[in-house]
Structures are given as structure tokens and as C-alpha cells.
Design a protein around this ligand. Structure first.
Ligand code: 48F
Length: 248
């Protein structure tokens, strides 16, 4: 029966992927622009990297552009990055304008093509900590977490974990609520300052845990920004560089 063959192929391939992801170099939480950029850069270098995204559709805040006008803006210095990814763009007034759907799908395609594994519908509900170091992520199905079902999670080991969960900084907040790190709150809108702030402060917040993208502003009290995405890409690149240097 063909239907059973289809089921078996899906189940076998999924479990191969999952088994190969039980011990990672890098676990990235959140498939937004910073997490996907980091995944692309790290996979390109040959590291074992997986992205865990609690929603069905990865891409985070990219798709909707600004107020659902599906265009986003990046700083001109990202032109080479877009060329490398073969993403189409327009240059206007010293800035790059990109169709947000094209940008999200391009980033997703290139990150996974480079070898990053992406698990959508998988929520990171906790981190594993041993010897005062984050050493992995604790995962469960997204709907299981949303519905509050009493189902235990499973653990994935990772040399480094990245909190790329955007505004709520969901991974750092797990440590903050246990008093292991201090966490501030995002400040009001200021795109000029926010773009610099996010890149400057991208880095390790707790041994083994790094923070990228908008989560940086939430954690360190930086301003929020609108549909300007240069800082997100640069933050993803920076976090990937910091981790690559450490992994060697
Ligand atoms: O928010 P998001 O797009 O992350 P980002 O890379 O980019 C921010 C921009 O989109 C935008 C902005 C900049 O111009 O202001 O907001 O910082 O994507 C974060 C992703 O993380 C997922 C969430 O569903 C989203 O797709 N996520 C959040 N918590 C978890 C998670 C979790 N606990 N486990 C798995 N995924």
C-alpha cells in the first residue's frame, strides 16, 4: 500500500535527522533572521548545527515586512551577503530594499542547503546546565508546550546554544528566572541606536549560551527597531564568528 510506504519514508528520514541532531556543535533557538544567518554561516563552515523553531512556519518576523507591507530594509553593507545568497534586492537612497517573502525563503533555503537542520514545531522549553555551563537544549513539540500538556521533553546536547528567539528572549529568560543572569527590558523605538546596539552586544551571556538578534535588546535594555534587518544579519554573523573561533 503506497500510503504506508509514504508514512515509512517520512518517519525513517525524520528519525535519522533527529538522531543525527542529538549531539550538536550548535543549537540555535528560533528561526528568525539572526538565527537563520548564524545557521547558514556555521553550516557553511561544516559545524553540526540545528535550528529549533516552535512555530510551523520558520522565518520569525521577516515575512510581514513593516505592518504587512512585505518589504524590508537593510544597510548597504549587507550587499555582498545578499549577492552570496543570490537574493534579489533594490538599492534606494543608500539602503537595500528586499521583498520580505523572497528574503525569508532565500535565507531558509541557503541555511538548509548549507547543511543546517531545521526542526519546526519544536519548542525549546528549557536548557540543560552542567558544571555551571549551558550544555544543551530541552525540547518538546510546539503544540505540546502551547497546550500545557503534561508530557516530558527530551534533551539535545550542544557545545553552544544561541538564543535567537527575538523580543521575548525566551532562553535567557529561563536563566533569569532562576537568578543565573540578569535581564533588562527592551527600550522604545530608535532604529539608529538599536542597529548598533544589537551588533555590539551580541555575544555570550552565560557560559555556553550566546544571544543574537532582538533578544540582545531585550536582555541588555537596547531600543527596539522596525523593519530594518541589517542588525539582525550582522548579529547572526557575529554570533557565528564567535562560536567558530571557540570551536576551532
Ligand atoms: O523574532 P524573530 O524574527 O528573531 P530575530 O532574529 O529577528 C527580529 C526581527 O524579526 C524583528 C525586528 C528586527 O527588525 O524587530 O522582530 O531576533 O524570530 C524569533 C523566532 O524564535 C521563535 C519564534 O517563533 C520566532 O520564529 N521562538 C521563540 N521562542 C522559542 C522559539 C522557543 N522557546 N523555542 C523555539 N522557537
Amino acid at each position: 500500500m503506497k500510503d504506508v510506504l509514504i508514512s515509512r519514508l517520512i518517519v525513517e528520514r525524520y528519525f535519522e535527522k533527529l538522531r543525527n541532531s542529538l549531539e550538536l556543535d550548535v543549537a540555535i533557538v528560533g528561526a528568525g533572521p539572526s538565527g537563520l544567518t548564524a545557521a547558514y554561516e556555521l553550516a557553511k563552515k561544516g559545524f553540526r548545527v540545528a535550528v529549533f523553531e516552535e512555530r510551523n512556519v520558520p522565518g520569525g518576523g521577516i515575512w510581514g515586512g513593516g505592518m504587512m507591507f512585505n518589504e524590508i530594509v537593510l544597510e548597504k553593507e549587507l550587499e555582498d551577503f545578499l549577492k552570496e545568497l543570490e537574493i534579489n534586492y533594490t538599492l534606494r537612497e543608500d539602503h537595500i530594499v528586499v521583498d520580505s517573502v523572497h528574503f525569508a525563503s532565500g535565507l531558509l533555503y541557503r541555511a538548509t542547503k548549507a547543511g543546517a537542520l531545521l526542526f519546526n514545531n519544536v519548542s525549546v522549553e528549557d536548557v540543560a546546565v552542567q558544571n555551571d555551563r549551558v550544555c544543551g537544549v530541552v525540547v518538546n513539540w510546539g503544540p505540546t508546550v502551547r497546550l500545557g500538556l503534561h508530557v516530558d521533553p527530551i534533551t539535545i546536547k550542544a557545545s553552544f546554544t544561541v538564543d535567537g528567539t527575538g523580543h521575548p528572549a525566551n532562553v535567557v529568560s529561563l536563566l533569569a528566572k532562576r537568578g543565573l543572569v540578569e535581564m533588562k527590558t527592551e527600550f522604545p523605538m530608535d532604529a539608529d541606536e538599536a542597529e548598533k546596539f544589537v551588533v555590539e552586544n551580541t555575544g555570550e551571556i552565560f557560559p555556553g549560551l550566546l544571544v543574537s538578534g532582538m533578544a540582545v535588546c531585550a536582555v541588555y535594555g537596547g531600543p527596539r527597531m522596525g523593519p530594518i534587518f541589517g542588525g539582525m544579519v550582522l548579529s547572526g554573523q557575529k554570533v557565528a564568528k564567535l562560536i567558530s573561533e571557540r570551536l576551532g
